[in-house]
Ligand binder design. Structure first.
Ligand code: FES
Length: 91
């Protein structure tokens, strides 16, 4: 399990299993995050990873363009923690 802290001061915290996407883990832990297609196509679950290692599965370049990927924006439904993370919810 990885610890996922939310916000600048990590005021919210939830756990995420190694192979669980961040959107599922967040919703299971009563975090307020928008859920749409759950397949990397709509962009409503976009978050920013502020600290930590993660991997992405395939997702739409239209809703998550290359310049956003470089700045660690990602789609929670297609993102998996590889370490403890600090993230920001955008919506
Ligand atoms: S819910 Fe649609 S991209 Fe994540």
């Amino acid at each position: 399990m990885f610890k996922i802290s939310v916000g600048e001061n990590g005021e919210q915290l939830f756990l995420c299993a190694k192979d669980e996407d961040l959107l599922s883990a967040a919703r299971k832990n009563a975090q307020k995050i928008m859920r749409g297609c759950c397949s990397g196509g709509c962009g409503v679950c976009k978050i920013k990873i502020d600290e930590g290692q993660f991997r992405r599965d395939t997702s739409s370049m239209a809703v998550l363009p290359a310049h956003e990927r470089e700045q660690n924006y990602t789609l929670a439904c297609k993102t998996f923690a590889l370490s403890d993370l600090r993230i920001t919810f955008l919506k």
